[in-house]
Ligand binder design. Structure first.
Ligand code: ADP
Ligand code: ASP
Ligand code: MG
Length: 405
């Protein structure tokens, strides 16, 4: 008998028929002799709708109340799923994040998991029940509901798999697996059979939303092998696991586009030691995640600093920089959108040269201007105009030989 954690995303539980479908799928695994813990997302669109409603009232709503609001979405689907399973003769019971003992820190809307007890899940499983857990949510040590960042149900599933020592963790979604690029943007994208944690993490943190990046980080840390596959068919999916040597044969394994980026420009700063430190200390204290950073050469004692961050963090970033500028006694901050980040990822880059040159030439030949560049051992990212991002992705995908034959 195996213990399987199965996560079903928003589209997979998007309406009553899909919920019934998933219930039948879960039951088939139980009938085959397994124990199943299912982690669910809210119905597709519900979390966005809840956020939009709050923002109609206040564009920067209180984060504790946002968590109160957002956890509603997952509570609907877990109850409906338990009802669906019970009605086909499968004993099942739902649990909130708090009831499953998912304890987090105090950072509302982007909390980190600090421990998972699992609550009474082992007992319920031993009674032959399927346990349905609300994804994306936890509870802090003051008893307040928290959420784990957008797409956080992936993290709930992987963290539960680690805590319960599950045999298998399956992420069921609306595509057949992890592709060489988002198949909705690059029709020629191919399904990847196996991918390393490092590559999956770089793709996820570069905007490929098929997996939440923090969930991949967690899986790597606790060595949870997981499979990404479709909830609509039985096709084999993608295995995400520790690296094996043969993975280095492929130079570029995937491409990601992040359209959720904002550029923050801090101009007219005093060009003196400690200025960048003062700014990024303030940004760090505001828990803003900064991506690319460029500081230009100072002129006449003044300098500019530019960095990118996500749309969600942009407001907090601007407020933090403003505060820093006041302390420093100089500098103006400005935000601008209309950009996208294109990234190419592959562990094979470690042992191959000329990858960056090939990327830059491809973009140059297509008259696509590069605004910012950053690299890591296995990734190259460029910031380009938002309206050219999809075309760039298709071109680069083809140039690096990723197109389906
Ligand atoms: P879920 O609701 O199941 O969590 P998401 O919408 O969060 O699903 O993630 C699945 C989506 O991720 C797909 O529909 C696809 O458009 C997108 N996606 C982006 N990059 C990739 C990729 N490299 N491979 C597969 N899907 C991708
Ligand atoms: N419902 C949450 C979101 O939309 C969590 C998830 O779907 O994973 O971000
Ligand atoms: Mg998701």
């Amino acid at each position: 008998m195996a213990l399987i954690i199965q996560k079903f995303g928003g589209t997979s539980v998007g309406d009553v028929d899909r919920i019934k479908n998933v219930a039948r799928r879960i039951k088939s695994y139980v009938d085959a002799g397994n124990q199943v813990v299912a982690v669910l997302s809210a119905r597709a669109g519900v979390t966005n709708e809840l956020i939009a409603r709050a923002k109609q009232i206040n564009p920067h709503p209180d984060e504790r109340e946002m968590d109160m609001l957002m956890t509603v979405g997952e509570q609907e689907t877990i109850a409906l799923m338990a009802i669906a399973l019970q009605s086909i003769g499968q004993p099942a019971v739902s649990r909130t994040g708090a009831q499953a003992g998912i304890v987090t820190d105090f950072e509302h809307t982007r909390a980190r998991i600090v421990e998972i007890s699992g609550g009474d899940i082992p007992l319920l499983l031993s009674q032959g029940k399927v346990v349905i857990v609300a994804g994306f949510q936890g509870i802090n040590k003051h008893g307040q509901a928290t959420t784990l960042g957008r797409g956080g149900s992936d993290l709930s599933a992987i963290a539960l798999a680690a805590a319960l020592k599950a045999d298998i963790c399956q992420i069921f979604t609306d595509v057949d697996g992890v592709y060489t690029a988002d198949p909705r943007v690059v029709p020629a994208a191919r399904k990847i059979h196996e991918i390393s944690y490092d590559e999956m993490l770089e793709l996820a943190s570069s905007g490929s939303k098929v997996m939440q990046s923090r969930s991949v980080e967690f899986a790597q840390k606790y060595n949870v092998t997981f499979e990404v596959r479709s909830s609509m068919n039985d096709n084999p999916g993608t295995l995400v696991k520790a690296e094996v040597p043969s993975m280095e044969d492929v130079v570029v394994s995937g491409i990601a586009v992040d359209k959720n980026q904002v550029k923050v420009v801090v101009s007219n700063l005093p060009d003196s030691p400690g200025v960048a430190a003062a700014i990024f200390e303030e940004i760090g204290a505001a828990k803003v995640v900064v991506d690319m950073i460029i500081q230009n050469v100072g002129r006449e004692g003044r300098a500019n600093l530019t960095f990118t961050t996500s749309n969600e963090d942009a407001h907090r970033a601007t407020v933090a920089v403003d505060q820093a500028c006041k302390k420093i006694g100089g500098g103006n901050v400005q935000q601008s959108g209309g950009i996208a980040k294109l990234s190419i990822v592959g562990v094979g880059m470690r042992s191959h040269s000329g990858v960056a040159a090939k990327l830059f030439k491809t973009l140059a030949d297509a008259s696509i201007n590069i605004d910012m560049i950053s690299t890591s051992e296995i990734k190259i990212s460029v910031v380009i105009d938002l309206d050219k991002a999809d075309r760039a992705a298709r071109l680069v995908h083809s140039v690096f030989g990723l197109d389906a034959k």
